[in-house]
Write a protein that binds this ligand. Structure first.
Ligand code: CDV
Length: 311
């Protein structure tokens, strides 16, 4: 790959998607932001996690038919096809998060990368599923990702999308250093992700400002330590009265935020990402081949939870 490459990189943050909103209306919003991103010089757009529906894991749903309405059984399907068509027409690639129901009846929190020719070039199924699977009757809302999805079975993989190496993850994955390291060990240049982060933590009393600062610090530290660009698209604002944080960002491999959404509505942010910045870090301070010592990192794969100090 040649040096001095740049990528017109956009994040399309979404405001609320309410229960009553149709797929057609939501896809229309995505297309509008795709066009804006193109007009502002972007070649690639990142859309949120579960972008096509409300964040339904907040609801305890017993009726299977009602639950199934939130999942996509094929991709693209007739309702989402207009987004694929418009992207191909504009020669734009994109990342999209949605709930996947496979022909075998398996359910995943999924994202895809679609290239400029309109073909799905990569798929990821969320690995770090947060929340719980039981009905928390005393909580103001639920976080039922552990009930509605299986742990992803595709691993963290890197895809060559129109000559740029993209890694994918989803929401809670962004808080885990292993996510980025597995991707950067595959030479990822850009990590793209969508998220839905409720402003209220139902497990302990965490102030809202910390919800935003831990979101940002996770990605800033990881971008720097792995020499990657990170582009994160939130779905935010108040969905039927349930508020989620905004602050969608694009982070450079220096760890600096180069673009940040200022609203909690549909908003496009764009940057011209210089891919050489990551290369500089990869050749010097984070030259993995030269400086890593995996023999001292064995606990990372041998232990899941924290245990006793080593003898
Ligand atoms: N959708 C998510 O994965 N949300 C999580 C939870 C913990 C709020 C997050 O990390 O933002």
């Amino acid at each position: 790959m040649s040096s001095n490459r740049t990528l017109g990189l956009a994040v399309a943050q979404m405001g609320a998607v309410n229960l009553a909103d149709s797929r057609e209306a939501v896809v229309g919003r995505l297309i509008e932001m795709l066009r804006e991103a193109k007009s502002r010089g972007a070649e690639h757009v990142v859309f949120p996690e579960l972008a096509l529906t409300t964040f339904f894991p907040r609801y305890w749903i017993e009726d299977q038919e009602e639950l199934d309405r939130f999942y996509e059984k094929t991709m693209p399907n007739p309702q989402v096809q207009p987004l694929f068509d418009e992207a191909r027409k504009l020669e734009m690639s994109f990342y999209l998060g949605y709930a996947e129901l496979t022909p075998e009846g398996r359910r995943f929190n999924t994202s895809i990368l679609v290239n400029k020719a309109g073909n799905i070039a990569g798929k990821y199924r969320k690995i770090h599923l947060p929340g719980h699977s039981d009905h928390k009757l005393d909580a103001p809302f639920q976080h039922l990702e552990k009930k509605y999805f299986e742990v992803g079975d595709l691993g963290f993989r890197v895809f060559n999308l129109d000559e740029t190496l993209f890694g994918m993850c989803l929401c809670n994955d962004r808080r885990w250093p292993e996510t980025y390291r597995v991707l950067s060990l595959q030479s990822a240049e850009v990590v793209v992700l969508g998220y839905n982060t409720p402003s209220v933590n139902i497990h302990w009393n965490e102030p809202v400002h910390l919800r935003t600062s831990t979101h940002l610090i996770s990605m800033q530290a990881s971008a720097y330590q792995n020499a990657v660009w990170v582009a994160a698209a939130g779905k935010c604002g108040s969905e039927d009265g349930f508020h989620m944080i905004g602050s969608s960002v694009i982070v450079a491999p220096t760890g600096e935020i180069v673009a940040r959404a200022i609203t909690e509505e549909d908003e496009v942010i764009v940057t011209k990402a210089d891919l050489q910045i990551g290369e500089n870090f990869r050749q010097h301070v984070f030259n993995f081949a030269k400086h890593r010592s995996p023999e001292h990192y064995r606990l990372i794969v041998e232990r899941v939870g924290a245990g006793e100090p080593l003898a």
